[in-house]
Design a protein around this ligand. Structure first.
Ligand code: ATP
Length: 393
């Protein structure tokens, strides 16, 4: 078994910086887990501790049930693939892939067999006698993976392995990584700062912020039930819109209009205001995809909130359109919201007005600079506590 367990793992660097703060994460044997978060949140440090490249300040790391805190990297039976493929330029692809096996003094025939098998899976057979410089970025990346695969390690660790590739190749390689993981069924921990990569690749995703794991869940759980404003703003593209709201006379008053809470929202609000009856302001989160052009079939006769705005910018993508509009007023707690979400780099609030983006069907006839009636599916709204940033759900 190659399950990996982080049990209250903390990393404090000698200069005092707390890079990973009390991380708890259980990765099952054969599971594909992604660590995602903005730059500096502690992803690489977490991965390096699993690999044994950084020591652990406190807590326990177990691989296959065994505590490995003090085990040298080479004895952990783990293979790491870095962003800079770290291939030997003077060696052929074949030699690069078999290098670790040669070091381990495995018989030549066995090395050849393993390298050729891996090359077949990775579609590298015809490149085996080339040097890295003669390969494309994607092919080099596959060689780096091949080098890890031939060792049949207990787990693969990958640190932003696709970030040096151009956008198109990255998408291709994403599928490749998934295929390799499915084919070998090896435990995989994969670091990225790209939420799309995280959502499309992993069985489960751990979202980190400032050294702390904010939430661990399947992509569906993170999207549908983000635990905090930060996770909500980080997962999803374009990012979730946040607007301040107050609870008055049983209604949610937002700059978009007044909303009568449905049963689920009522239950959440009752539970929440019950704890501190004087707290009446909160943050409402609305994903762009839960808006629609009110004139379209999808929105007609549907219960929800209808409101009129002037569209500042309309981006037509062919498959759908993004309509950006500005909400005046509603300044309540804006500073808190900025603080709660600023690391996501996705929430931009100007203080006086807030920009909201709505994703509309391509059939929409709405035009830039004109007034438009939009519709919002209010059942899909998320409610957040402005003090803690936590989802009330
Ligand atoms: P990125 O996506 O930019 O690679 P990351 O999420 O992988 O970022 P880490 O590299 O794990 O982040 O770094 C976490 C924090 O620890 C950062 O604030 C970083 O500056 C700090 N850090 C990393 N290595 C050291 C070190 N050797 N000494 C002191 N601080 C460090």
């Amino acid at each position: 078994m190659a399950d990996i367990v982080l049990d209250h793992v903390t990393k404090r660097f000698p200069d005092g910086r707390l890079a990973v703060d009390d991380a708890n994460l259980s990765i099952a044997d054969g599971e594909f887990v992604i660590l995602v978060g903005p730059s500096g949140c502690g992803k690489s440090t977490t991965l390096n501790m699993i690999a044994g490249l950084e020591d652990i300040s406190s807590g326990e790391l177990r691989i296959g049930g065994k505590v490995v805190n003090d085990l040298a990297p080479k004895d952990r039976d783990i293979a790491m693939v870095f962003q800079s493929y770290a291939l030997y330029p003077h060696m052929s692809v074949r030699k690069n892939m078999g290098f670790a096996l040669s070091l381990a003094k495995r018989p030549k025939e066995e090395i050849d067999r393993l390298v050729e098998e891996a090359a077949r899976v990775l579609d590298l057979t015809e490149h085996l006698d080339r040097r890295p410089a003669q390969l494309s970025g994607g092919q080099r990346q596959r060689v780096a993976m091949g080098r890890a695969i031939v060792r049949s390690p207990k787990a693969f660790l990958m640190d932003e392995p696709l970030s040096n590739l151009d956008a198109k190749l990255r998408v291709q390689m994403r599928t490749e990584v998934s295929r390799i993981q499915n084919r070998f069924g090896t435990t995989m921990v994969y670091v990225t700062h790209d939420q799309t990569e995280a959502m499309t690749l992993g069985d489960r995703v751990a979202v980190l912020r400032s050294g702390r794991i904010q939430q661990v869940g399947t992509p569906t759980e993170l999207y549908g039930r983000p635990a905090t404003v930060f996770v909500a703003g980080f997962i999803g593209s374009p990012a979730m819109n946040f607007v301040p709201a107050t609870v008055e006379e049983g209604e949610l008053r937002t700059p978009l209009g007044a909303i009568v809470p449905d049963e689920r929202q009522r239950r959440l609000l009752d539970g929440w205001t019950g704890a501190a009856a004087d707290r009446r302001s909160l943050i409402v989160g609305a994903r762009p995809e839960h808006f629609e052009d009110a004139a379209l079939e999808q929105a007609k006769d549907c219960p929800g909130l209808r409101f009129t705005v002037t569209v500042d910018v309309l981006e037509r993508l062919g498959s759908d359109s993004f309509a950006y509009f500005t909400l005046a007023g509603g300044q309540a707690r804006t500073a808190d919201l900025e603080e709660l979400a600023h690391d996501a780099g996705t929430v931009e609030l100007s203080g006086k007005a807030e920009q909201v983006v709505a994703r509309l069907d391509a059939a929409s006839r709405i035009r830039e600079g004109e007034k438009a009636e939009l519709w919002l599916d209010v059942h899909q709204l998320h409610l957040f506590d402005p003090d803690t940033g936590r989802n009330l759900d």
